[in-house]
Design a protein around this ligand. Structure first.
Ligand SMILES: NC(=O)c1ccc[n+]([C@@H]2O[C@H](COP(=O)([O-])OP(=O)(O)OC[C@H]3O[C@@H](n4cnc5c(N)ncnc54)[C@H](O)[C@@H]3O)[C@@H](O)[C@H]2O)c1
Ligand SMILES: O=C(O)C(=O)C[C@]1(C(=O)O)C=C[C@H](O)C=C1
Length: 293
């Protein structure tokens, strides 16, 4: 059982940070939550929904007296926020984040918080949705879900153990990974599916009868494109931050499409069946394995 946090500050009060706050409140592990944001209506809604207790537009002032800071903005905003809070962070305050990419965020900790690295714990919850803002925050978002921490060599055992225990109190299962491995894995199984879904959606929109196509779209379309409705700024930042791994995997995906085109052009039915069968078996096995856990 970890000690309760007296003051938690959310830098960015949206789905990810808000759900962290709600889960910790439910576990009675936090006394006061200050939410920092750019959007007054979102902050007002966060107070209404009890996601936060106090709203602020001033990150530097908000972190005074904090014992935990959670960065919950798109990754492209995190450097500027770290720079703002650096001179105001209490000595033992732990700083963590929920950013979807980790090599860039680790580099930002080094650049902007060089004297506080022992208290910095980069992290990434593998849970979320296509919805955003404080009103999308839910108590149970992290229950049974994975969280990957990518500690810096300087991160202290005490800071790491505290963040691990807080995520566990949210119901999450915590793993550790180095940041490069993390970014490679999540390029393949998170970033590429989103980008392919955006590209596919745009391909449908470019058709002459796009409206008619969308009108008749069924559950296959719905399942494949849910994530195309995700937040543009967040996905722009992820894509630019993890450029190399994403480009390499996007090219591999384009090569698969070329293989598929060649199979269809040649009319090789057995080879086409085998191509689809390989994917189908692997997806079914993944589904069974996950539902057993
Ligand atoms: N959505 C997901 O499925 C998911 C999953 C895991 C991790 N993440 C990561 O978590 C982070 C937050 O994502 P989210 O889904 O909660 O987004 P969100 O849009 O719900 O919340 C982000 C909040 O940050 C605020 N914000 C942006 N720039 C700011 C700034 N400079 N100062 C103060 N506030 C600012 C926005 O107004 C918004 O309220 C991102 O880094 C994202 O990559 C998202
Ligand atoms: O459920 C969704 O909508 C998500 O896309 C969540 C999802 C993902 O699984 O790819 C998105 C981004 C992350 O950083 C982590 C989780």
């Amino acid at each position: 059982m970890t000690q309760a946090i007296h003051k938690l500050v959310l830098l960015g009060t949206g789905l990810i940070a808000g759900s962290f706050s709600l889960a910790l409140k439910r576990a009675r592990l936090v006394n006061k939550v200050v939410g920092v944001g750019r959007n007054a209506a979102n902050l007002a809604r966060a107070i209404e929904l009890r996601v936060i207790d106090v709203a602020s537009h001033d990150a530097a002032q908000a972190v005074e007296g904090a014992d935990l800071v959670f960065l919950g903005t798109p990754v492209g905003q995190m450097g500027a926020l770290m720079a703002q809070i650096a001179p105001h962070l209490p000595v033992h305050c732990i700083v963590t984040d929920g950013g979807s990419t980790k090599q860039d965020v680790c580099e930002l900790y080094r650049q902007y918080l060089p004297n506080q690295l022992a208290s910095c714990v980069p992290g990434h919850p593998i849970a979320g949705s296509d919805l955003s803002g404080a009103s999308a925050a839910t108590y149970g978002l992290y229950e049974g879900r994975r969280v990957v921490l990518t500690p810096l060599p300087e991160t202290s055992d005490q800071a790491l153990e505290t963040v691990q225990a807080l995520w566990q109190a949210c119901g999450a299962i915590v793993y550790e990974m180095d940041a490069k491995t993390h970014d490679g894995v999540f390029a393949a199984v998170s970033h590429i599916p989103h980008l392919v879904s955006f590209a596919y959606m745009n391909a449908v929109l470019a058709k002459d009868n796009a409206e008619q196509c969308l009108d008749f779209a069924g559950t296959g379309f719905r399942d494949f494109t849910r994530i195309a409705g995700s937040h543009p700024e967040m996905w722009r930042d992820i894509t630019l931050a993890n450029r190399d791994a994403i480009l390499s995997d996007l090219r591999a995906n384009a090569a698969q499409l070329q293989t598929l085109i060649a199979l269809i052009e040649s009319g090789e039915a057995d080879a086409l069946t085998e191509y689809i069968n390989q994917a189908s078996q692997a997806r079914s096995a993944w589904g069974k394995k996950r539902s057993n856990k």
